[in-house]
Design a binder for this molecule. Sequence first.
Ligand SMILES: Nc1ncnc2c1ncn2[C@@H]1O[C@H](COP(=O)(O)OP(=O)(O)O)[C@@H](O)[C@H]1O
Ligand SMILES: [Mg+2]
Length: 398
Amino acid sequence: MTDRIRIEGIYKVFGRSPQQAVELLKAGETKESVLANTGHVAGLTDVSLAVPAGAIYMVMGLTGSGKSTLARCINRLIEPDAGRILIDGEEITSASEARMREIRRTRISMVFQHFALLPNRTVAENAEFGLKLRGIGAKERREKAMGILDVVGLSAWAGHLPSALSGGMRQRVGLARALATDADVLIMDEAFSALDPLIRTEMQDELLRLQKALKKTILFITHDFQEALKLGTRIAIMSDGKVVREGTPEDIVQNPKNNYVAAFTRDVDRARLFEASSVMTPAEPLRYGTAVTASILSVGGGPMFVVDDGGRVVGVVRTDQMQDVKDDVPVQSLMTQDYEAVCSTTKLAEMAGAFHPDRPMAVVDKDRRFMGRVDPLQVLSRIGTPSARSSHSKAAGY
Ligand SMILES: Nc1ncnc2c1ncn2[C@@H]1O[C@H](COP(=O)(O)OP(=O)(O)O)[C@@H](O)[C@H]1O
Ligand SMILES: [Mg+2]
């Protein structure tokens, strides 16, 4: 995957002579000391990140950590003081003002907390409103709006006024309006933060669903770690204008790397975050219709699954059935149906009910092809908090 957005060593300082403060930050001075000595506020210090095309990339941090400053640097509503920003390899930090206007019109769209509909306009008129503001012609914008209403499942309501819709449906139209744009890069700054919790959850689900159809590149800013975990393909965690951790949600929860990040991860329900594939032991299956030898059976070090010609699981040979096996025994004479199979994308929380002490568990892909097996102890160790070491750490002082 190519990087749609690349941010390389960005600095932003608020104050009269930022360059002097940037030099101090580059020399390793902290945000506090720069403020105390120069009166300048460090908004961003040496921020680098890469957003792959098609990602929902989360920038997560507490209030004042620099998230909005970063978002505004990307379309140069704020001018960075040092560093480079590239969109599809084009350096926009050196682009002319005319080129920047073009990029804002065609490439990057900003979504704010604004999903309220115009009450006297139809659903279709609401959905196309953003395109109208961008000067898109009537026919083209109606086509685009209808396309996105279709994706959110509301095309049948196109001619109705918002008052005919439920609250949740109205929010979906608002989201459709925000996403009905030519731009393939969306920057959503705390877009859901003002919504009440139930509607917020609905909007998160809807965004995930929409993204499957639209495949935009979304930089989503939030102060909510749970939201970051739920939506993110990757997450950058910011503190005091710096990125203090970057990675996939699973990677960050499993290995926070510093106490600041560990404080966020402590209460995460790991069973709902991790999937079967994360606890899977890859293993060689046996092929149905072949003969086994004692040495083949000892290779696996555990139960061995049997697959058909298409790689689909058809049975299992348990370890207790492997004792005293003579060579050249047909697989099917050892095989039983005493197994469970879970899809690789099943969350650990949903797997729990499928465990039986005498029934080995296979992980399969969506076509039921064998991928590996699950050791229940692996699941337990994955669900547990990494270790007691993080339970004494404080949010500050990582
Ligand atoms: N226009 C500004 N003038 C001075 N300081 C600012 C300005 N905008 C932001 N800051 C400061 O920069 C830091 C980052 O702010 P911001 O990017 O808004 O954080 P976030 O969006 O994470 O809450 C904060 O310390 C904030 O006070
Ligand atoms: Mg902000």
